[in-house]
Each structure stands twice: as C-alpha cells, then as structure tokens.
Write a protein that binds this ligand. Structure first.
Ligand code: ADP
Ligand code: ZN
Ligand code: ZN
Length: 740
C-alpha cells in the first residue's frame, strides 16, 4: 500500500481551564484530509490530564515548534453539536464578559457532553399500537381484561405512545399484559427522548381583552424580524395569555420557541399552562433532572424534535435550529445573571441571540428592569402595556404603617395584627413577606453583649430554632446553638430580631385557630414540600402564609386579601445600588397578589420612614414614576443603565494579598490614558471577609462601554502576568448585578 505523506494539520482548541487563550494541537494523521468543523469536541492531552476541548478553528501554521505540539487524541463529534449560532454567541460572550473561552464554552455545554465521549443520548422506551385498532382486535381481547385495558390506553395515546412512567401512573401490574400484547404483535416498542406533551388540551384560551389583542397583533405584525418587545403588564393582567397566543402562531409557522423563566420549581403553574394549551412537544430543562435526562432534552431541542423549550438561565445556550421566538418571563429577575465563574446575563445574551438570528424576543414583567425601561425611552425596545387585570379585580389599596415609637410584637405592629385579625374574620387569607430566613439574625448574651458572629465572615450567624443551630447565610457554616455565652458562660441568651421562623411561631400562637404556613428555602427543602404547601395555600387550608421572596414569584392565590411587607427599611438604606429597585419591584409584584373579585385587597408596608421619597413616589404615582426617578438618580451617580460598570474583584486568605494585587492593577491601568473612565479603588468589599477570605475590588465606570472594553483588552492579559496574581483569586465582572 502506498504511504500517504499528508501535510501536518493544526487546530486551535479551547480547553476548559482558567487561562485566557486557546491551545494549538496537531490533528492525528489518521484523521486524513477530512474537514474539521469549529465547535467539534476533541480529547486532548493537557498537562497530566486528558480533557475534552472544543475546536475553534483550523490554522495553517502554529507558533509552537512542531516537535512540541501534541496531537489530538480523538475527534469526538462529526458536527458542531452546539450549532453555529451558539458557538458564535459564546465567542462573543467570552470576549464581552472577558472570561476564558474554554471555561465559557464548558459552561454552555450540557454536563453529559463535558465528560462523555459518546454523544448519543439515552432514550426512553415507549410502546404504541402496530396497526389501527379494529373491532375484531377489541373482541379478541375480551377475555383478557387487563390486556384490553392496556390496549385501550395505548390506543388513546396514539402515535406518541406511553412510557414506563406514564403506564405506572395509569394502570397497575401492566408488565405481564404488555408482554402478552407484544407477543401477539399488537403493540411495539420504540425509543425517543422524553418529550412532554399533554393529551388533555381541555383548557381553552379565554376571550382576550383589547389590550391583549393589541399587544399580540403588534408583535405578530413583525414576527419575521428582530425586535425587542417589552410586555409591561401588571400582575394578573394576562401576560402569559399573550405568550401563549404568540407561541401558537409561531408553532403553526413551524418555528421553535425558547422560554426562559427565573426558577422552574417555583412556577409549576406556568409550565402546566404551556403544556395544557399548546399542541407541541415541549421539553423542560431544570436542575432536578439528572445529567442524562437533561442532555436528552437538550438533544431533542437541538435536532428539532422538541418545539418548545422552557428553562432557566443556562438554557439560553440550547441549540434550536428552527428558533423563531424567545420569551423571557419576569425579565427583571436577578437570577438571569450568573454570579460566579462565567458571569453572563442570560437576558442580554438572549437579546443578542435574537438579533443574530433576526427573530423577535419578548421580555415580560409587571415591573421591567431599569435597563429595559431605559431602552424603551431610547426607542430601542418596543413597549406593550397591559394595564387592567384580566379578571377585572380592582387594584389593592397600599398603606404605610409607621413603626416609629410603636409597640412591636416580634417586629409586627399592633395595627398590622389588628388588620390580620380583621381579614381572617372575613374569611380572607393573609400573606406576609420578610426577606430573612431563620428564627433570629443573631443571638446575644444579655450579661456581656457577646454575639454569635461567624468565624469566617464579617457577619452574624442566624439562629434556626427548630434545628437548634446557628447558620451563616454567607458561607454556609453551621454549628449547634450555644446554651451558654462563649465569653462569660451566662445562660441569659437573647434572640435578637425576627426571621420567618420566629414570625411563623408568633403568629401561630396569636391565631391558634388558623393554620400558619412558612414558605422559605428551609421549610421547602424536602422534595414535594413546596408543592404541598402551595396546594394548601390554594385550597385555603393555610390561612396565613409567611414567606421570603420565593413567594413573590408567579403564584396566583385567589383568596389572598391582605399582603404585608415587613422589612422595608433595610432596602431603603442598603449599600447595594439596586436595593431600591428590588424593593419597588417586590412591593408592586406582591400588591398584585391581593384582592379578589368581590372586594379590593389591602397591602400594608411597615417602615420607620414613611416619608421616604421612594415609598412616597411608589405609593402615589406607581412603579413607572418610581422608575423614572430612579433612572435620574442612577444617571447622577454614574450608575447603570445610564453608565456602565466593570468590577475587578479579588480575594485572598492573607489579609494584605488582595489589596496588594489590586493596587498593582490600579497602577498598571493608570499607566495608560483612561479615556472617559473613572477608576475607584482598591476598596474593601461591603462585606470584607467572607468564608475566610478577604475581599477587595476596583470599580470602573464609564458612559461608553467601548472605553471600558478598550481598557480591559489591554489590562486583563497583563493582570495575569503580575506576580501578585498567583497569591489571590481575581475575576472580572462586566455589568455586575451587585457590587458586593
Ligand atoms: P400574568 O402572567 O400577567 O400575571 P396571567 O396570564 O397568569 O397573568 O393571567 C392571570 C389570570 O387571568 C389567569 O388565571 C388567566 O387564565 C386569566 N386571564 C388572562 N387573560 C384573561 C382574559 N382575557 N379573560 C379572562 N381571564 C383571563
Ligand atoms: Zn456573656
Ligand atoms: Zn460565614
């Protein structure tokens, strides 16, 4: 056989590691002269490991001497599994967020593909009829009722068939009759990914109101081209109906749809409504799925079998060849921003994805982010308003309760307790919000003033009474709650302040006839508990609900007549520049939860500062007026969305290493002309020590994003070279969500 001496081929590979560069490898000679696509996964030797990397491009030469170049061990895929548009999006995002490319790609890839060479998804087994059901067949099964029952079920399921889960839910002991039907060749097994479809399309759309029709018409008129549509509708105004109508039209056009939600576990109702109403194969991507299931769902979206994907933040990277529409529900929600590692914002990347594909994107919210409102003001986004509640309930009355010099019971004012009594007596349901889990934020010795501070953070440890434990909510440390003071040994220990657990406890004592239910992360940790608690809230069995922000999201409790927000003062004076925006969003969202058809609901807000301009604007003129004022404040303070921010965060075990690194970084930056950029720092983070590390940061501010990027492109490669960089952990956060 003639020996082929082909030219060596070189590829640039993004390897999952924290370095800001790609690595050159040789393609093995066995690969021949086949073309290699960017995006294809390869196994490569990397140090002592064999990692899965991604081909970025083939190049004709390498700067690395040929004898030093290692060969790719194996080319794993024939095609780019991510699809060209996702690869392009990620290349852009890694540059924009100034994040190592290999790590960014890794974040977007399903976990299954990060570790398995073979990209074949595990499929579910289903059964269906082999031929149309005839009278004759039905007759032949008369004497085998179990077989007949199973046959009927499979007949009803038609082409889609039923899998093990579906059969378990519908019929007992089905294995034996299934075998019998298989032997008679009346049924057959087949495999496909576990797509969600509902047989029961009993739920019809309500007759839409004029505002809904108008919004749908205006968005549909431009459904074949890119535009960002903000559906700004008050809680209960029927935004979801607008989404569903748009989805129906898109599905009929043969398009796929991506729906992003903040948190799936918290909004089972939304998912349920999509299933009940749309005639489409739907997949849901959520954290409760194992890696195989998640990958099978991802794969079904990538090959077009799934027509609609509902998922959280990272689903923005799901390949969808026929994508025609993206919907982002609760677009103002902070969970769209990843807060560690690859710090991308899924909302912003979704908008870019829609622009790259020339398709529309819908951002829905009762309280749009200041970012989106600013874009509407600048006429980059289109606004569609839904101002009436779909069920014509009147909007609730909002009142402030001045806490100054009032007698308080575990932080609750007399007037508030009287209102709770009044609403319960009138068969109403009451919802109380407090954004603090646990029994009390700290324990204190009454004799010497010792407090339960965390040894690893500049923070107190929260007392959880039921579990008799102290938890640090910042680093996760736990220890048994002490019975005596660590300093003086006194047993005179006080619980200072109140969290959900204490308020639940107090209200249960105060209203013994009423069931009080607490809904927070601690009380819903076990599988199924959240659903159980939500069900009891819906049925009215629980008369009082005490919860954290978890409860504010997307739930519709028809019987709630009184909503109380307990801790506003913290947010009014927070160091977090978004705190006021969050408070205004919370108050507006929860207000929408109060009130039923017969009578207006009430909202009570406790504060020591009833004259605070934010509260006054919000109460008297509503969220849009608040947002306008807040945008002016942000402009004056040089903050987003009017100005742009970048944080260089740094932390170290040694107290001086982080500030030393940042000082060198700042000196470096000042060597070049900082055109229209303000540099602040190094300064300690608002919570300087967390989880045993000292945290400091530099903040960069500019009116122009491109100025910041010009600096970053020059600065970040140099930062890596600084000797001080080896003693610290540092990261860049472009468009940070908070400055902590
Ligand atoms: P949002 O998403 O804006 O909070 P939803 O779409 O969930 O609002 O609608 C709130 C409730 O009102 C739902 O139960 C929904 O079925 C109902 N609804 C929505 N639009 C209409 C309408 N045009 N007529 C009657 N009921 C409606
Ligand atoms: Zn003491
Ligand atoms: Zn801690």
């Amino acid at each position: 056989m003639p020996v082929q001496t082909s030219k060596p081929r070189f590829v640039k590979i993004a390897v999952p590691c924290p370095l800001y560069k790609t690595f050159d490898y040789r393609l093995p000679a066995t690969f021949g002269d086949r073309a290699i696509q960017p995006g294809v996964r390869v196994r490569v030797p990397f140090g002592r490991q064999k990692l899965i990397g991604i081909v970025i491009e083939e190049v004709s030469s390498s700067d690395v001497p040929a004898n030093k170049l290692k060969p790719v061990t194996a080319v794993l895929d024939e095609n780019n599994l991510l699809g060209d548009d996702i690869l392009k999006l990620l290349l852009w995002a890694a540059r924009y967020y100034v994040h190592p490319l290999g790590d960014a790609l890794q974040t977007a890839l399903p976990v299954f593909l990060r570790s398995n060479d073979d990209a074949t998804p595990a499929l579910n087994e289903y059964w269906r009829l082999t031929q149309p059901a005839t009278e004759e067949i039905q007759q032949s099964l008369k004497r085998a009722p179990k077989q007949q029952q199973l046959y009927q079920l499979l007949h009803a399921a038609a082409e889609k068939g039923l899998d093990t889960d579906a059969l378990n839910a519908r019929i007992e002991n089905w294995r034996a009759p299934l075998r019998a039907l298989l032997e008679k060749q009346l049924i057959e097994s087949f495999t496909r990914p576990a797509l969600l479809t509902s047989q029961n399309k009993s739920h019809k759309a309500p007759t839409l109101n004029d505002e809904q029709i108008e919004a749908i018409k205006n968005i549909e008129a431009h459904r074949k081209q890119h535009a960002v549509h903000v559906v700004n509708g008050i809680t209960g105004s029927g935004k979801t109906e607008v989404y569903l109508a748009l989805c129906e039209a898109m599905l009929a056009d043969g398009k796929q749809i991506l729906v992003l939600v903040p948190e799936i576990g918290l909004t089972p109702q939304l998912t349920q409504r999509f299933l009940e109403r749309l005639n489409a194969s739907i997949v849901i991507l959520h954290s409760a799925m194992n890696d195989k299931q998640r990958y099978a769902a991802w794969h079904a979206a990538a090959n077009g079998q799934a027509r609609l994907v509902i998922g959280t933040r990272s689903s923005v990277f799901t390949p969808m060849p026929d994508l025609g529409l993206i919907i982002i529900d609760e677009e103002h929600d902070g969970s769209y921003k990843q807060q560690d590692g690859f710090r991308y914002n899924a909302r912003d990347l979704a908008i870019l994805r829609a622009r790259n594909r020339n398709i529309p994107i819908v951002l829905g919210s009762a309280t749009p982010s200041l970012e989106s409102l600013n874009n509407i003001n600048e006429q980059r986004y289109h606004a569609h308003f839904l101002k009436q509640r779909a069920n014509k309930k009147p909007l609730p009355k909002i009142q402030l309760i001045n806490l100054c010099s009032q007698k308080l019971y575990e932080g609750l004012a007399d007037g508030l307790l009287a209102k709770i009594r009044q609403h319960l007596d009138a068969q109403g349901q009451v919802l109380l919000f407090i954004n603090r889990r646990g029994f009390a934020p700290l324990l204190m010795c009454h004799d010497c003033g010792w407090t339960t501070s965390c040894q690893r953070c500049d923070a107190h440890m929260t007392f959880h009474k039921r579990r008799k434990q102290l938890h640090c909510h910042h680093c996760g440390s736990q220890r048994p709650a002490p019975e005596n003071c660590d300093d003086c040994g006194s047993d005179n220990i006080l619980a200072i302040g109140a969290g959900t657990e204490r308020i639940e406890h107090f209200l249960q004592e105060r209203f013994p006839q009423t069931q009080v239910s607490r809904i927070d992360r601690d009380s819903t940790r076990n599988k199924g508990t959240l659903q159980e608690k939500l069900d009891k809230a819906h049925s009215g069995e629980s008369g009082i609900l005490v919860g954290t922000q978890m409860l504010a999201k997307g739930h519709d409790f028809p019987n709630i007549t009184l909503v109380c927000v307990l801790d506003t003062d913290q947010a009014l004076f927070s160091a977090d520049f978004r705190a006021a925006e969050h408070l205004a969003q919370l108050i507006t969202q929860v207000s929408g939860r109060a009130g039923r058809a017969e009578k207006a609901g009430e909202v009570l807000i406790q504060t020591h500062h009833p004259d605070h301009p934010l509260l006054q604007t919000l109460l008297h003129s509503g969220y849009p007026a608040f947002a306008k004022a807040a945008l002016q404040e942000r402009a004056a303070a040089g903050l987003p969305p009017i100005h742009h921010l970048v944080l260089l965060r740094c932390e170290s075990v040694n107290a001086s290493a982080a500030p030393a690194f940042l000082q060198q970084a700042a000196d470096l930056a000042k060597q070049i002309e900082l055109k229209d950029i303000d540099l602040f720092g190094p300064i300690p983070a608002p919570m300087e020590r967390r989880a045993g590390r000292y945290r400091h940061q530099i903040m960069l501010q500019s009116k122009q994003r491109k100025n910041l990027h010009r600096l970053l492109n020059w600065w970040v490669p140099q930062l890596q070279q600084l000797p001080a960089a080896r003693k610290v952990r540092w990261s860049i956060d472009v468009d940070p969500y908070d400055t902590f």
